[in-house]
Design a protein around this ligand. Sequence first.
Ligand code: DON
Length: 567
Amino acid sequence: MKLNRVLSIVVLLLLLLACNQNNKLKSDNVFKNGVVVTAHYLASDVGNNILKQGGNAFDAAVAVQFALAVVYPRAGNIAGGGFAVIRTAKGESESLDFREKAPKAASEKMYLDANGNVIEGLSEIGHLAVGVPGSVDGMVKLHEKYGRLSWEKLVQPAIDLAKNGVILTALEADKLNAYRERINKVNSGKINCCYLRKTDFKKGEVIKNPELENVLIRIKEQGRKGFYEGETAELIISEMQRGKGLISKEDLLEYKAVWRPALIGKYRDCKLISMPPPSSGGIALLQLLKGAEEFNLGQYQFGSFEHIHLMVELERRVYADRATWLGDPDYCSVPVNKLLSEEYLVNRFSNISMDNKSNSQEIKAGNVEVIESFETTHFSVVDQWGNAVSVTTTLNGNYGSKVIVEGGGFFLNNEMDDFSIKPGVPNQFGLVGGKANAIEPEKRMLSSMAPTIVEKNGKLFMVTGSPGGSTIITSVFQNIINAVEFKMNPQNCVNAPRIHSQWLPDKVYAETDAISPTVKRNLQDLGHTIQEQSRIGMMANIAVNEDGLLVGAPDTLRHKDSRAIGY
Ligand code: DON
């Protein structure tokens, strides 16, 4: 009898162990029920806890957005903006635009001097660079429509992090130190904020943010009013007055995130669900994928001359379209159907040749540089029911405009720099633009963010996205073709070295090891200029494998703090 008892306990234990094995399978990043991939393990953990409490992917996304504002202040935010692309378990899709917009008092030439020249830095640093923030209204809308758990439950983890403090990772300490003087300068005279320091930040120290904690409590208790009205709004308006910024009480009151039909496209046997304007991300991505299909990119070896040359030639044409045609659809008519039509694209790509390099300078002269940057952040979530959400959110530059709202403990974005502040003059990502993306009051600035969900044979296949300014589109593109054309496993899709090209400047940026010496010589012989770049993009992917299990694929190689956490 006694032995039987012992035996049944052993069997039970073995079964439990087997179940657990089944959840995690061979790799640490394979999960049965749900997974969250973000740039910071603490945020992934917050999202996973929400999933485990019965929250859905959309609940987890809201909690992650707020958590990132505390643990990853250089890009996570409550005073920035972003986009969410969603696909429900039933296969319905939608996109949420919580992009910042220009204040009512903004004007086309606000960053130009009397001679019509750009005033250096004005659209990037300080109060005038700030767009009306969209993140809080975005999260409220996402929760209202799709949430399952209470709003309070979703904001609480961020409050706890701000209250109890966040242990600084080496990466975050380094970043704060690199920007310390600039942040101090823009915020001189302010006291008490945890980001203002005369001494270095150190790995392992705990940063508490009681001011942000209070703001988050107001958001928890009052929803959008906790940010766009009352005490938080007053702090933002005082901050604007202190630095001659343009955002008014009405700007805050009237800000609205917008639900938009997702941009849907077809590429081989995949359905692409991506972000429509005011992001250029979805359109450019679909154009590139059409090109990959047209040239049957998968017939070439990964990293070969043909693979790289073709990508660069496609990218050059697509970024030229971006600069000319794309802007806020509420303010200019974006010819989406035309830009994505088969006829247009076949014709657009018809002069690509394997024997020649086309010349960007012939299309339009320009002398611009791409600046390496990772200040946006992307996260992906899939839940136990199969709901998926892909969110890219940003302050634009690292710590945005560097302006901290006094008494609020949070950074304001510098998204105004994403407008074309003067036709043909490059922004911080080297992107140029014209009328379609010119500044107008209350208009949304054009983005490159490309949160994307891929379906294959009617089923969820991949949730993907990246930061990286102009390199977002090409990073997401390569990630998808790595899976579909080159049949890489989910983690290899992310790990594989990347290149980037964007019409102007007429260059190919390449991560170390992306181009072998022989291929490099062949490309140079054709006239390509190659410039090494230490990192391009930072994916946060989830893929569904043949067994229907969720594979989290963080970009830990490029960003150590990234993590996939699931159950
Ligand atoms: O919306 C955009 O395209 C940019 N504001 C994104 C900025 C970005 O990705 C910065 N770096 N990683």
